[in-house]
Design a protein around this ligand. Structure first.
Ligand SMILES: Cc1cc2nc3c(=O)[nH]c(=O)nc-3n(C[C@H](O)[C@H](O)[C@H](O)COP(=O)(O)OP(=O)(O)OC[C@H]3O[C@@H](n4cnc5c(N)ncnc54)[C@H](O)[C@@H]3O)c2cc1C
Length: 392
């Protein structure tokens, strides 16, 4: 039985970075919203995911009033190392494009957004169950079950599906077109207790496959290496993991990773996915609900934030100025960036990973591509532009 009904301007399904940032931007514009999430805030805070923020994502967090903590506590990275054939090549973002990116874990981004919404009196309903969008054409209606088992209904002018890569709301978009690409590999991700091995991220292509060395804090580091999608993470001892990583990073320069206990190990399958349009009636999609990218380009979280920046403008024009046509512009404005990011993520992935069954020709061609990239100002600039983020 459905009990209380509440009224708001925008009902947001999903309180991850996309949902919370949208709720914050709408609040700044004077538009109230309700955020519904089936996980608790504590669960989300403890889930390790993205780590790299583009320049404009950092600005959005700092300048929209969420928090300046990213600037004080995040690590500015002015470049990355590309490592192949046993040698490192630095891509100097500042010299090439005058921009940086910031290493600031998604857990901290979530914490900042959540604190900002609590500070500003946001209506956040975490830990609810059975969310269901039941109407999206004339008005929006969403139902959910609260912690006491009571069914609620939220009536709104608009509903936003920000419910992540397994989105249920995207099934309501009609007609929809989905574009998907699967990859025949996954990432073996580890969180290790060890000092940093390098000041910047190292993207490595080795004969046995890709590896990424990233940092979290002075004592905890995040590393990944390419594996089969059906790899059993529990079958890997700490020694075996370190041996695999050291082999992929080895080179004539004698580089060695700093080792320590493995705190967490997971196999992360990934794919490229886009669904269009990102709007149907009073329903709008944002973030991973509408698109996912392989993590190699570090674009997922950044795209989610870029979506809601555009969406907040469209919603503001529609709800505060009666310009409903603004909602029609959302898909085209958001999706242009999505496809650029899809290409960038695909390009980084295919350039650095070993395809199962790759021939000698494939190996040499891949090395030729990497050599062209690092020895060409234009090639390096292309990577630097994409990685730090195209201006919004
Ligand atoms: C291992 C890994 C590494 C990554 N690295 C990077 C990186 O370096 N840089 C980068 O930019 N991106 C990266 N990403 C991608 C990034 O984490 C995502 O793109 C980002 O979380 C998208 O934010 P979102 O708010 O759209 O979705 P999510 O963060 O998935 O949030 C969706 C929310 O919706 C909730 N939800 C789901 N279903 C329902 C429902 N039915 N009702 C109510 N709530 C629901 C979920 O509980 C969740 O809190 C990485 C991802 C992974 C997995």
């Amino acid at each position: 039985m459905t009990q209380p009904t509440s009224r708001t301007r925008v009902a947001i399904v999903g309180g991850g970075p996309a949902g919370l940032m949208l709720s914050h931007l709408l609040h700044v514009a004077g538009i109230e919203s309700v955020v519904l999430d089936t996980r608790t805030a504590e669960e989300i805070e403890a889930t390790h995911r993205a780590g790299i923020l583009e320049r404009d994502s950092v600005r959005l967090l700092a300048e929209s009033g969420v928090s300046g903590r990213v600037l004080a506590e995040g690590h500015e990275h002015q470049g990355i190392e590309l490592r192949f054939a046993g040698t490192s090549h630095r891509i100097d973002f500042q010299r090439l494009v005058g921009a940086s990116c910031w290493l600031y874990p998604q857990t901290e981004v979530f914490l900042d957004l959540h604190r900002a919404r609590v500070r500003d009196g946001g209506d956040l309903r975490y830990g609810v169950a059975s969310t269901e969008v039941i109407e999206v054409l004339d008005r929006a209606r969403v139902r959910y079950t609260d912690l006491d088992g009571l069914r609620h209904e939220v009536v709104a002018d608009l509903v936003v599906g920000a419910d992540g890569s397994r989105s249920a709301t995207r099934a309501l978009v009609d007609p929809r077109r989905q574009y998907t690409r699967e990859y025949p590999f996954a990432w073996f991700g580890v969180l290790v207790e060890a000092p940093p091995s390098a000041p910047e991220l190292i993207y490595t292509r080795a004969p046995s496959g890709f590896a990424l060395i990233s940092r979290r804090t002075d004592t905890v580091q995040r590393m990944y290496f390419q594996c089969a999608p059906d790899e059993d993470a529990d079958a890997w001892s700490d020694d075996r993991i370190w041996s695999e990583l050291q082999t992929r990073l080895a080179g004539d320069d004698g580089f060695r990773l700093q080792e320590g206990p493995v705190l967490e190990r997971t196999v992360l399958p990934f794919r490229s996915f886009v669904q269009t349009p990102m709007r149907h009636g009073r329903l709008m999609l944002a973030g991973d609900a509408a698109h996912t990218v392989p993590p190699t380009g570090a674009k997922g979280l950044n795209l989610a934030l870029a979506d809601v920046r555009v969406l907040a403008e469209c919603v503001e024009r529609a709800l505060l100025r009666g310009d409903d046509a603004a909602l029609d512009t959302y898909t085209d404005r958001a999706v242009a960036r999505v496809w650029r990011a899809q290409h960038f993520s695909y390009w980084m992935t295919t350039m650095l990973h070993r395809l199962p069954g790759a021939t000698d020709f494939d190996e040499q061609r891949q090395l030729g591509e990497l050599t062209s990239l690092v020895s060409s100002e234009a090639g390096s600039t292309y990577l630097a532009e994409g990685y730090t983020g195209w201006p919004q």
